[in-house]
Design a protein around this ligand. Structure first.
Ligand code: UDP
Ligand code: MN
Length: 511
C-alpha cells in the first residue's frame, strides 16, 4: 500500500481490508459502523491537504472585487470524527482570502466523543478566528446552527456541515451574489467526498444540460432529489458561470445575508434533530420575495453518508415536515406525509404562520408557477400506498430507497408500508415513488428508472379485479417468479403471482 501521500490533491485512499492485519481490519470495520463513514481511513490522510483549482475558465476574472462583506462560517457537529472536522476547518483557512473571514464558529451539539472536548479546543486555539461553543444538551442541527448564528457578527453567514472540504475560491462567488442582492441565498457547486476512501469526486459538468443536476423538492416526504435543468432555464443563461435558480437545496452549505436570514425568521426552532430546515428555507426565500441560487464558480465537497433510519428519527422527521407543510404549502399540504399530525403532534406553529403573514409572502401556488413549473406532486390517484403480491402474501414492491437514478431493480421485500413502498399511480399513468418510475423497457425485467414524463415504457394500466389489481404495460402483466422473488413482465395469465393488492394506506388526496 502506498501511504506516502495519501489523499493529496483530493485523491482517495481505498484500503484493501483483506490485506490489513486482523486488529486493523476490525478497527476499520468499527469506524464504519460507528459513523457511517470510514474515520479509520480519514485518520491516515493529512488534516491539511491541497485541493486543485477546478474553477470554470470564466471564473477567475469575475470575482476580483476586494471589498466584499465579511463572512461568519458556522459549523456544527455531533460526534463527527475529529480528523474530518479539522479537515473542514483547514480547507476553509487555506482556500479563503483572510480578509473575507470574520470568524469560524464551531458549535458542539453535546457530542459524547471526548476527543472533541479539550483536545479539539487545544487544536483550534492555533486559529485566531475560530471559536468553539458548546450546547449544554443536544439541540439537533437546526437549533445548534442558530446558536452559532446568534453568536456570529458578520453581515454574511455560511452554514456548513462538519464534513466538507472547500476548493480554492469557494467563498467569493457566494458572497458576491449576496452583495448584489441580499435576498438571494447562495449555494456552491457541490461535489462529493467519498465516505470510504475520502476521494473527492467531481459530480457536476456545467457544460451539459442533462448531466447538470439541480436539487428539487419531492413529495410526499419533502426531501430533495436531483433533476436536470429545464430547457427554459438552460436557455436563459448566457454563460456557464451564470448563477442557476434552484428550487430546493441540499442544506449542507448555505450562504445567506444576516439580515435576510433574520427577516425570514431564521430556521423554525420547532424542528427537531435533523431535516426539514432546508426545505423550509428554500420555500420561504422563494415565496417571500427572495431567491435561491447555485453559483457555478464556487466549489465545495460534502460527504454524503447513508442515514440509517430508525423508527424514532423517522417520526421526528415526519413531525418536522408536518410543521413545514402546515405553514407553507396551503392546500398542497394534503400531498405531504403526516400533514394531519397523525404520526406525531407537530406542536404550535402559530408564530410561524404569523411570520408568513407579516412578511406578506406569496401563496405556494407562486412556487409552482414561477419557481418550478415541473414540480411533481402526486395526484389524487386511485391507487396510492403499498403493493402486495397475492401469492407471496407478505412481500411488497420496494424501490430500494433510490430516489432518482438509472435502472434500479425493484425488490420484493416484507411489507412495512414506509417510504420505499409507497407507490403512486399518477395522472400520467406512472407508477412512481418520488422521482423514480416503474419502467418496462428492459425485456422481461421490470425496473425503476428516473421518471421521464414521456409515457412509453413508463405508462401503466392498473386493472382492478375483485379486490386485486393487475399492473399492465402494453398488454403484458407484471408478475413475480416464485423461486427468485424477482419482478417479471409476461403474458397475462390467471395466477396469483400476477395479482396484486394495492392498499390505499394514505389519506385520500384532494384533486
Ligand atoms: N448535527 C448536529 N446535531 C444533530 C445532528 C447533526 O450537530 O443532532 C450536525 C452534523 O454533525 C453535521 C450537520 O449537523 O455537521 C448535518 O448533519 P448530517 O450531515 O448528518 O446531515 P446530511 O448532510 O446527511 O443531511
Ligand atoms: Mn452532511
Amino acid at each position: 500500500m502506498n501511504l506516502t501521500h495519501p489523499g493529496v490533491g483530493g485523491t482517495g485512499l481505498l484500503l484493501d481490508v483483506s490485506k490489513l492485519p486482523k486488529e486493523e481490519a476490525e478497527k476499520f470495520q468499527r469506524s464504519l459502523e460507528q459513523r457511517e463513514y470510514s474515520s479509520y481511513t480519514s485518520s491516515l490522510i493529512p488534516l491539511q491537504r491541497s485541493l486543485p483549482d477546478i474553477r470554470l475558465k470564466g471564473c477567475h476574472s469575475l470575482y476580483t472585487d476586494l471589498s466584499l462583506p465579511e463572512t461568519s462560517v458556522i459549523i456544527i457537529f455531533y460526534n463527527e470524527h475529529w480528523s474530518v472536522v479539522l479537515r473542514t476547518i483547514h480547507s476553509i483557512m487555506d482556500n479563503t482570502p483572510p480578509h473575507l473571514i470574520k470568524e469560524v464558529i464551531l458549535v458542539d451539539d453535546a457530542s459524547t466523543d471526548k476527543v472533541l472536548k479539550e483536545p479539539l479546543e487545544e487544536y483550534v486555539s492555533r486559529f485566531r478566528k475560530v471559536q468553539l461553543l458548546r450546547a449544554e444538551s443536544r439541540q439537533g442541527l437546526i437549533r445548534a446552527r442558530m446558536i452559532g448564528f446568534q453568536q456570529s457578527t458578520a453581515p454574511v453567514a455560511v452554514f456548513m456541515d462538519a464534513h466538507c472540504e472547500c476548493f480554492p475560491g469557494w467563498l467569493e462567488p457566494l458572497v458576491t451574489r449576496i452583495a448584489e442582492n441580499q435576498s438571494i441565498i447562495t449555494t456552491p457547486t457541490l461535489h462529493s467526498l467519498d465516505s470510504r476512501s475520502f476521494k473527492i469526486v467531481k459530480i457536476h459538468e456545467w457544460g451539459k444540460r442533462k448531466s447538470l443536476l439541480i436539487p428539487t423538492l419531492t413529495f410526499p416526504n419533502l426531501l430533495f432529489t436531483w433533476s436536470s435543468m429545464s430547457e427554459e432555464e438552460w436557455k436563459k443563461r448566457t454563460r456557464e458561470t451564470d448563477p442557476v435558480r434552484s428550487p430546493a437545496m441540499v442544506g449542507c452549505v448555505i450562504a445567506v445575508s444576516r439580515s435576510w436570514f433574520k427577516k425570514l425568521g431564521m430556521f423554525d426552532p420547532g424542528l427537531e434533530i435533523w431535516g426539514g430546515e432546508n426545505t423550509e428555507l428554500s420555500i420561504k426565500t422563494w415565496l417571500c420575495g427572495g431567491g435561491l441560487e447555485i453559483i457555478p464558480c464556487s466549489n465545495v465537497a460534502h460527504m454524503y453518508h447513508p442515514h440509517r433510519p430508525s423508527e424514532e428519527s423517522d417520526i421526528r422527521y415526519k413531525r418536522n415536515i408536518a410543521r413545514v407543510s402546515n405553514v407553507w404549502l396551503d392546500k398542497y399540504k394534503h400531498y405531504t406525509d403526516n400533514y394531519d399530525g397523525s404520526i406525531a403532534d407537530y406542536g404550535d406553529i402559530s408564530d410561524r404562520i404569523a411570520l408568513r403573514d407579516s412578511l406578506k409572502c406569496h401563496p405556494f401556488e407562486f412556487y409552482l408557477t414561477n419557481v418550478n413549473p415541473y414540480q411533481f406532486i402526486p395526484g389524487n390517484g386511485i391507487y396510492t400506498g403499498l403493493i402486495r403480491n397475492v401469492e407471496l402474501g407478505i412481500d411488497c414492491l420496494d424501490s430500494g430507497g433510490r430516489q432518482n437514478g438509472d435502472k434500479v431493480n425493484v425488490l420484493l421485500y416484507s411489507c412495512h408500508g414506509k417510504g420505499n413502498q409507497l407507490w403512486d399511480f399518477t395522472d400520467r399513468r406512472e407508477i412512481r415513488i418520488g422521482g423514480q418510475c416503474l419502467d418496462s423497457g428492459y425485456g422481461d425485467n421490470v425496473v425503476t428508472k428516473k421518471c421521464h414524463g414521456l409515457r412509453g415504457n413508463q405508462e401503466w394500466e392498473v386493472i382492478s379485479l375483485e379486490g386485486h389489481v393487475l399492473l399492465k404495460s402494453h398488454g403484458y402483466c407484471v408478475g413475480v417468479t416464485k423461486s427468485e422473488s424477482a419482478l417479471v413482465l409476461g403474458k397475462c395469465h390467471n395466477s396469483a403471482l400476477q395479482q396484486w393488492i394495492w392498499k390505499q394506506n394514505r389519506k385520500p388526496r384532494i384533486s
